[in-house]
Design a protein around this ligand. Structure first.
Ligand SMILES: NC(=O)c1ccc[n+]([C@@H]2O[C@H](COP(=O)([O-])OP(=O)(O)OC[C@H]3O[C@@H](n4cnc5c(N)ncnc54)[C@H](O)[C@@H]3O)[C@@H](O)[C@H]2O)c1
Length: 347
């Protein structure tokens, strides 16, 4: 399956059950060198060796860089270490960087690709469900600074994204749940994903269903990103569940995964939306049923006051309050600026 993203620099996303497309694409590129970046979990899976061998057979010089896994790797240290690696191996602007991993590898490597010599071509090969349905597409790159997530970054899209759903077989359940948090976010942003797809047990043994689920999520992202690539307005709708989700993630010192935090944030947003729009119990219960159907823990261990304190430090907050994505109903998100008192009342 191919999904074309018609952003300022258009590119295709290939969703399949192999890396055959990568081989022919990389062979056809005029690049003498490839830097294949991954982390120390992904470097151990067979697919990494397969891709490394496949790339070596394209006649190009392949270098690998294995990062420590985890959110803390999205740091200035590894940003500069990767640049040093490129420089030491005399990479030029004509060469190629490949991010092979989850959102951490993708965000950091994408940022490096956008800044080394003011931009080297990048291929994204996402290996987590979260990075397949979300972070590998749309061009946002970032590193964290001290306690602030994604505060330094660029918009820089890959020239192509290769998604091989077979790679998900080795992904731990915790990371599957994390990806499902983003999947369920997409289900609330539009009405195009059937409820059946919102419990991973229903799709995990069926590659075709997995590919359809990923494509449906990316189609929703594509529609939003194509209309607002650089987040002047509507792209912020993709932050559904994220403002409170980031607060949960930070309060847990990242022991609660990104997507699971988003799911908890989304659950709270449904409660806030019910109060804000005064919708009826039937609408509310139908929304809650979708969250429960996921089989993932969606309850937040933190009080409204704890969350509000964190939200006030969010980069999306200012002295006038914080912009939230609320739900008028399922499939009808709306950006709403709320003052701190209003947030306290709604939480
Ligand atoms: N750029 C964007 O638009 C965007 C969107 C959403 C999230 N993000 C970012 O993405 C990051 C989270 O990404 P993530 O959830 O993929 O986390 P991650 O990259 O940390 O990966 C999660 C874990 O899974 C392991 N792993 C990855 N693929 C595997 C595989 N196939 N088999 C076995 N283990 C595997 C990794 O080593 C890691 O331990 C956050 O930093 C978040 O800010 C970015």
């Amino acid at each position: 399956m191919i999904l074309s993203i018609n952003s300022s620099k258009p590119y295709d996303v290939e969703i399949s059950t192999s890396f055959d497309g990568l081989k022919s694409f990389a062979t056809g590129l005029k690049a003498a060198k490839i830097l294949l970046v991954t982390d120390d979990n992904v470097s151990k899976i067979d697919a990494f060796n397969d891709v490394n061998t496949l790339l070596s057979n394209t006649g190009k010089q392949v270098y690998t860089y294995v990062l420590p896994s985890g959110e803390h790797t999205k740091s200035e240290k590894y940003f500069f270490d990767l640049h040093r690696c490129l420089l030491n191996h005399n990479f030029s602007r004509k060469d190629l960087i490949i991010a092979f991993g989850g959102g951490v590898v993708g965000d950091l490597t994408g940022f490096v690709a956008s800044t080394y010599m003011r931009g080297v071509r990048l291929i994204q090969i996402p290996t987590t469900l979260l990075s397949m349905v979300d972070s590998s597409v749309g061009g946002k790159t970032a590193i964290n600074l001290d306690d602030t997530k994604n505060i330094i970054g660029t918009f820089y899209s890959a020239i192509r994204v290769f998604i091989n759903v077979k790679v998900l077989k080795t992904l731990p359940q915790r990371e599957i749940n994390s990806g499902m948090g983003e999947v369920i976010k997409y289900a609330f942003l539009s009405n195009t994903i059937d409820d059946e797809y919102l419990n991973f047990d229903n799709v995990k043994h069926d590659d075709e269903k997995l590919m359809i689920l990923i494509k449906k999520c990316l189609e929703i992202k594509k529609n939003i990103v194509e209309n607002d690539e650089f987040e002047g307005g509507a792209r912020a709708l993709l932050n559904l569940g994220h403002t409170l989700g980031h607060a949960v993630e930070a309060l847990s010192d990242y022991s609660i995964s990104h997507g699971e935090s988003v799911l908890k944030g989304l659950n709270l947003i449904i409660d806030m939306s019910k109060k804000y729009y005064a919708f009826d119990d039937e609408t509310y219960n139908a929304m809650k049923a979708i969250i429960k159907h996921s089989g993932i823990d969606f309850t937040s261990p933190y009080s409204g006051d704890e969350l509000l304190k964190k939200v006030m430090h969010d980069k999306k907050s200012d002295s006038n309050g914080t912009t939230f994505v609320l739900l008028k109903q399922k499939g009808m998100p709306e950006l709403v600026k709320l003052k701190n008192d209003e947030i306290r009342d709604l939480l």
